[in-house]
Design a protein around this ligand. Structure first.
Ligand SMILES: C[S@@+](CC[C@H](N)C(=O)[O-])C[C@H]1O[C@@H](n2cnc3c(N)ncnc32)[C@H](O)[C@@H]1O
Length: 193
């Protein structure tokens, strides 16, 4: 399509997915999500602001809200998933802010917003064309650090996540989480020791 950017092209599949697919697959707290949630709660204070990248229907955000986290936001490209998450936030009276954007669009529109932490789970950043330097952007807008559950060897754009994250978040524990199901790893990076 004339005028379509590389980022539009790469995210078209997710933009057009039906809600059935989203809710059935991503709304469950299964797979590595319990381990990831445990890690988030160990590392992040309940009053810290959190931005989830590719939150879909917000399963992780809602689980955090139930644990007392009060400053929660998510970015998601799929309109059905965004509507579902917003309806649920309203019904449950959780003040979770869900932005309907692709990643480049969100940071373009909300470039002055700052968050303490960025988190993500599942194939999200691995689907983003490397021409958009998400790690450099996160280095600018995130105050404390990142906890990113990624699959380093699969998905569309496998990358050297350790190096990319460490460039902007140089303080990280040494332990590896390579043994998560399906080869996923939790990458942690912090701005300060
Ligand atoms: C594999 S799913 C993971 C969903 C959720 N994090 C989970 O694991 O339950 C990838 C999510 O990222 C979203 N996504 C993919 N590319 C995106 C982009 N460029 N901008 C914003 N969201 C995107 C998809 O719509 C989808 O909700």
């Amino acid at each position: 399509m004339y005028g379509e950017s590389i980022f539009d092209k790469e995210s078209r599949f997710w933009k057009n997915l039906s809600l059935d697919h989203c809710t059935e697959t991503y709304d469950k707290l299964d797979g590595n999500k319990p381990v990831f949630l445990q890690k988030l709660c160990q590392k992040i204070e309940p009053h810290h602001s959190i931005l989830e990248l590719g939150c879909n229907t917000g399963a992780v955000l809602f689980a955090l809200a139930e644990k007392g986290y009060s400053n929660l936001s998510g970015v998601e490209i799929n309109a059905g998933a965004v509507a579902f998450a917003r309806r649920r936030a309203k019904a449950r009276q959780f003040p979770i802010e869900i932005f309907h954007h692709d990643f480049p669009g969100f940071f373009r529109e909300h470039g002055t917003r700052r968050f303490d932490w960025a988190i993500t789970y599942g194939a999200t950043l691995e689907l983003l064309h490397p021409a958009f330097d998400i790690f450099s952007v996160l280095g600018r807008v995130i105050n404390q650090g990142v906890l990113l559950c990624l699959d380093p060897d699969a998905q569309k754009f496998p990358r050297w996540y350790d190096l990319l994250i460490r460039r902007h978040f140089p303080f990280a524990p040494k332990e590896s989480h390579a043994n998560l199901l399906g080869g996923m790893r939790i990458y942690e990076g912090r701005k300060n020791p």
